[in-house]
Design a protein around this ligand. Structure first.
Ligand code: NAP
Ligand code: G4F
Length: 379
């Protein structure tokens, strides 16, 4: 039997990497679209990489960009995919306030370019498409928890661009009978989460503080709440959405909201350190107040224990607030109701927030123990 072919845009990102691995395990040939960059940017998929000279490879990479319709059309024509997962995006909400026009182009019109290429190439009957929609669409939330029928109220250039992508996907489904579906995914994280998203920023900082290579970390709004799951669970949901007879839109979420402050406390607790917060708004600060030496030794190592004991005694300040991380309009709470996905797809997350935090902290500790920081001078 012929293997199925899938195109993944954004294959070098967190979700692209997990999804590529998952689809290859399901015997797909995966075609990934990656941007040209001045330095290698395939670290997350290097374990899947195959030399282009290998016979019958199951991973093939193409240079491409969501802002270039001719390039996307050519790749679709060459590959003739059974499935497309459109994961590429300028995905940072904070950065979208600095680059609103680019974000609209890549995240909004980028989706239109792919849908239009499917139509122009007469692939409507053959190719199914998954659009990476987002819980950011709910923004200033109209109800708690949010589900497929909850009205949208986007609060950033990113969310507004994704709103266009959401509706153009539905429009192409209705107008041309395309198998086009939206996954409205709540936040999902992992050890390979981008370093500037809040969870990874925290787990990296916790690890480096534990190893004695960082003093403290500056954070933005500590009071917002997010529904955090593991990316591994969420890419399985993406796959299930495209295996349905009929296209449709689904929320994927855990149903549990956690405050940023509590995520920080949980990450430090993973290495036996209790954090308390004092002060308000911009003056709020986080301090290390207690240490479980056994847990620290188990999860970090005996070698680093005396240093952390000294730190807690002499200077226990580890969290400060920097208003430059505040967003002009914030999304205060996101928490999803994924009952439709549970009923129709049989999708249920395996990870919870505790196992997610634990895996991320442990992975960053290993990463920084082994990392040789190579900051050489050029002049
Ligand atoms: P990510 O780690 O930031 O990855 C984004 C990917 O898109 C990267 O491969 C990036 O390439 C690529 N990309 C960016 N701009 C591009 C362009 N103009 N042309 C081609 N590729 C481009 O994001 P993620 O967390 O994996 O998320 C995947 C998708 O799901 C995104 O669309 C995101 O908006 C959406 N989403 C994510 C979450 C979440 O919590 N993770 C929740 C809901 C929705 P480089 O590697 O070259 O930068
Ligand atoms: O980790 P974040 O940057 O994720 P955000 O804004 O929720 O967006 C992520 O999830 C969306 C799904 O809901 C995706 F569509 C999107 O692509 C992305 O993956 O910020 C989470 C919260 C925000 O309220 C932010 O203000 O954490 C707050 N925060 C506090 N201090 C911070 C920081 N966020 C970042 N990035 N950095 C901080 O220092």
């Amino acid at each position: 039997m012929c293997k199925k072919k899938a195109i993944i845009t954004g294959i070098t990102g967190q979700d692209g990497a997990y999804l590529a691995e998952y689809l290859i395990s399901k015997n797909y040939i995966v075609h990934g679209i990656k941007r040209r960059s001045s330095i290698f940017n395939t670290e997350r998929i290097d374990h899947l990489y195959q030399d282009p000279h290998v016979k019958n490879p199951n991973l093939i990479l193409h240079y491409g960009d969501l802002t270039d319709s001719m390039n996307l059309t050519r790749i679709l024509q060459e590959v003739q995919p059974d499935e497309i997962y459109n994961l590429a995006a300028m995905s940072h909400v904070g950065v979208s306030f600095d680059t609103p026009e680019y974000t609209a182009n890549a995240d909004g019109i980028g989706t239109l370019r792919i849908l239009e290429a499917i139509r122009l190439l007469n692939l409507v009957k053959k190719t199914k498409i998954y659009q990476a929609s987002t819980s950011e669409l709910y923004g200033l939330v109209r109800e708690i928890p949010q589900k497929e029928t909850t009205p949208f109220y986007p609060r950033s250039p990113y969310a507004v661009a994704k709103l266009y992508a959401y509706w153009i996907t539905i429009n192409y489904r209705e107008a041309y009978k395309m198998h086009a579906s939206n996954g409205i995914l709540f936040n999902h994280e992992s050890p390979i989460r981008g370093e500037t998203f809040v969870t990874r920023k925290v787990t990296r900082a916790v690890s480096r503080i534990a190893l004695g290579t960082q003093e403290k970390v500056f954070m933005g709004n500590l009071s917002s709440k997010r529904d955090w799951g593991h990316a591994k669970d969420y890419v399985k949901g993406m796959y299930l959405i495209l295996q349905q007879e009929e296209p449709d839109d689904y929320v994927l979420a855990t149903g549990i909201a956690t405050e940023i402050r509590d995520f920080i406390k949980m990450a430090f607790l993973e290495i036996g350190i209790k954090i308390i917060f004092k002060g308000k708004n911009i003056d709020e600060k986080g301090y290390m107040v207690e240490l479980d030496k056994n847990l620290f030794e188990k999860n970090v190592g005996l070698k680093y224990l005396s240093n952390i004991v000294k730190r807690i005694k002499n200077n226990n300040l580890v969290i400060e607030v920097d208003s430059s991380y505040f967003r002009p309009t914030e999304v205060d709470i996101l928490v999803g109701d994924a009952s439709k996905a549970y009923k129709k797809l049989g999708w249920k997350p395996e990870y919870n927030i505790k196992s997610l935090v634990s895996e991320m902290v442990k992975s960053d500790i290993e990463l920084f123990k082994n990392k040789v920081i190579n900051r050489k001078k050029y002049f």
